[in-house]
Design a protein around this ligand. Structure first.
Ligand code: ZN
Length: 283
């Protein structure tokens, strides 16, 4: 079988134990800020793990003190620079048309692809997970968090409705989802566990071993059964309208961007709210 290329510059792909693949964000100097190169590499790595019949479970981890500071605000690439994965096109169009096409390709399109990988996926997170960082964590099936992990989506500061993979409701419940968006504050790992967003909270120095242990246990189980179990839960979420709600929120998100570009030149309306992202990704 032909495998996708393995010349990664932003991530690492490893098989740390039998039947378990681990994909690691490897830009700790930017706190794993995601540019389009990183997202494209992630998609290639997820494809590789999905197509490899010897792999049954996929871990997504991040190097350094923080899992991800979100989207790299200095990204200058467009969808035209990479082989398309979602057949979107129109990346070089002016105005909101091109901006929406790029977000369809790299944000909503890729997150939805990863959410539907027919193998269990586990996010292993530590430190800060901000906005676009949540877009890598939430499509995973399980979330293992270090005690110091925090989760926030401060993008209302940009006059937006939240990041582009708008599953806040299903992750937190309606009231907590609204509060997270309205206040832009960070939820702790323990709060996430109490709300059902996080599966387990473990000490920072144990998280790698703990996650490998859980992954190894699941990898002993029959892969077709795992696929069917995942599909059954995911299909129920779709029966609740999750995919339609995601698309609807994405359309509102584009309205937010268009308004921000017209009125604020795309900059944050509330500079305090977004300052944390800038500071973190430029350390
Ligand atoms: Zn956006």
């Amino acid at each position: 079988m032909t495998m996708p290329e393995n010349s990664f510059t932003r991530i690492r792909y490893e098989v740390p134990r039998e039947r378990v693949a681990r994909i690691t964000l490897a830009r700790p100097e930017t706190r794993n800020a995601q540019d389009y190169q990183m997202l494209h590499e992630l998609d290639t790595a997820f494809q590789r793990a999905t197509l490899d019949d010897d792999i049954r479970v996929i871990i997504l981890a991040g190097d350094g003190p923080h899992f991800s500071s979100g989207h790299d605000l200095r990204n200058t690439a467009t969808g035209a620079d990479f082989p398309p994965r979602n057949m979107t096109g129109g990346y070089a169009q002016p105005g909101q048309a091109g901006a929406m096409a790029n977000e369809e390709e790299f944000y909503l399109g890729m997150c939805w692809r990863w959410r539907n990988i027919p193998k269990p996926t586990i996010a292993q997170v530590q430190g800060k997970v901000i906005a676009g960082g949540l877009m890598l964590v939430w499509p995973c099936d399980l979330i293992i968090a270090a005690e110091d992990a925090t989760f926030s989506d401060p993008t209302v500061a940009f006059d937006l409705n939240g990041h582009e993979y708008h599953t806040h409701l299903w992750e937190l419940g309606a009231r907590k989802a609204k509060e997270m968006l309205f206040r832009g504050h960070a939820l702790t790992a323990r709060e996430g566990e109490r709300l059902g967003m996080v599966n387990h909270v473990v000490e920072r120095d144990r998280i790698e071993d703990f996650t490998l242990e859980i992954a190894g246990e699941i990898a002993q189980r029959p892969p077709f059964g795992l696929k069917l179990a995942k599909l059954s839960v995911n299909n129920a979420l779709e029966a609740q309208g999750q995919h339609n709600a995601l698309n609807s929120a994405f359309a509102l998100h584009q309205a937010g961007h268009a308004n921000a570009r017209a009125v604020h030149d795309g900059f944050p309306v509330d500079p305090n709210g977004i300052d944390a992202i800038r500071r973190l990704s430029q350390i």
